[in-house]
Design a protein around this ligand. Structure first.
Ligand code: GDP
Ligand code: MG
Length: 371
């Protein structure tokens, strides 16, 4: 690695050269982009990014998880909006809650905008954005996690006050616990005469969710998703929990994130809703997504507006990929198209090999089962 210049180091570290030049400057070393660096300086940089010089060489750049494990510099980190997922038993009001949040809050904050269903949306409470994943249900949550996407910061578990804890409520609790995501309980349908929020508290306490009112540490909010009751309090609680979590991201780096959903459009080609987790995604960025790649051609936000950039926790719909990725796939932006292409092609090859070997396994299984 001796003699590498800033540009090459930046590429390896997946950073902007300017960031490294600045870092060196802070350490009292003045360097320019193309100047070769001595091993001492290289080690300084590597140590600063928490990487041992030898490890760096062995990094498999086609393994996207590498980019998610990189530690960011504390001072580059700024507060980012929480990403919230809504779960709960069927018919307990998940969709109604998502719609009510979107309709009352989005249209107010972005007058004139047309709400788009892109798989996620952001609302603003006193200028503080909150991102909601618009795909309620456990399948989405589990599939995303199984593919490595850990995007949820807070889970709202909706329990209908007239129905109480049901099998999918318990499932939701287990998913959230397995993912180590804090839970807020929204006791819904309290407008109904048969609503019994105390019973919900009682039943949930048997599953380890003890309300603050009973000396526990789980936040319960009584709501009526249908009539808008308790929604403001629920949002306040989300902001409170996210403040405690100290959610942060570095907006000044090449973007990484996850796919929320994707589809193939007859005229526009593959369209993917992605969520930026670190960095800022820009039009024209060379990007690898799952086992496909491309360049970000256009981005639209949840208001259907074209945007040029998307920062941390922001969901956007993008076009420009060669193929449609899958929900839960991760994406990484690379400095140049050549690298994105070679990483993308390598990942495509590996995915094909994997599916082929899976097919072979299936054939052998069939063989044995027919014996
Ligand atoms: P999901 O399956 O969890 O997405 O549940 P939905 O949002 O589709 O709601 C199921 C049914 O409950 C629908 O008929 C809703 O109108 C109704 N519902 C949802 N929230 C409330 C509420 O706060 N009060 C009342 N009375 N009905 C509700
Ligand atoms: Mg629903």
């Amino acid at each position: 690695t001796d003699g590498m210049n800033i540009q090459e180091v930046a590429k390896k570290l997946h950073r902007e050269p300017a960031e490294i030049i600045k870092k060196l400057f802070m350490m009292g070393v003045v360097a320019t982009q193309n100047q070769p660096l001595d091993s001492e300086t290289l080690e300084l940089i590597a140590a600063d990014y928490g990487i041992k010089a030898e490890e760096k060489v062995q990094v498999d750049i086609s393994d996207l998880s590498v980019y998610f494990e990189e530690e960011d510099n504390e001072e580059a980190m700024v507060t980012r909006p929480p990403v919230v997922t809504i779960m709960g038993h069927v018919d307990h009001g998940k969709t109604t809650l998502l719609d009510s949040l979107r309709n009352t809050k989005v249209s107010l904050s972005e007058a004139g905008g047309i709400t788009q269903h892109i798989g996620a949306y952001q609302i603003k409470i006193n200028d503080q954005p909150i991102t909601f994943l618009d795909t309620p249900g456990h399948a989405a949550f589990t599939v995303m996690r199984a593919r490595g996407a850990d995007v949820t910061d807070i889970t709202i578990i909706v329990v209908a006050a007239d129905d109480g804890v049901m099998p999918q409520t318990i499932e939701a609790i287990n998913h959230a616990k397995a993912a180590d995501v804090p839970i807020i309980v929204a006791v819904n349908k309290i407008d109904k005469p048969t609503a019994n929020p105390d019973r919900v508290m009682q039943e949930l306490s048997e599953h380890g969710l003890i309300s603050e009112a009973w000396g526990g540490d789980t936040i319960f909010v009584n709501i009526s998703a249908k009539f808008g009751q308790g929604i403001d309090e629920l949002l306040e609680m989300i902001l409170l929990v996210s403040e405690v979590q100290e959610l942060k991201a570095n907006p000044d780096r090449m973007a990484i994130g996850s796919v929320i959903e994707a589809r193939l459009d007859k005229t526009k080609g593959p369209i993917s809703t992605i969520l930026v987790q670190q960095g800022t995604l820009k039009i024209g960025d060379p990007i690898v997504v799952g086992s496909t790649f491309g360049r970000v051609r256009a981005m639209i936000n949840d208001q259907g507006r074209r945007v040029k950039t998307a920062g941390p926790s922001m969901p956007v719909e993008i076009t420009g990929l060669n193929e449609a990725p899958q929900a839960g796939d991760r994406f990484v932006v690379f400095e140049d198209e050549k690298t994105a292409r070679s990483v993308g092609e390598e990942r495509m090859k590996r995915a094909q090999q994997e599916s082929r070997s899976k097919q072979n396994r299936v054939t052998i299984d069939n063989l044995f089962s027919s014996l």
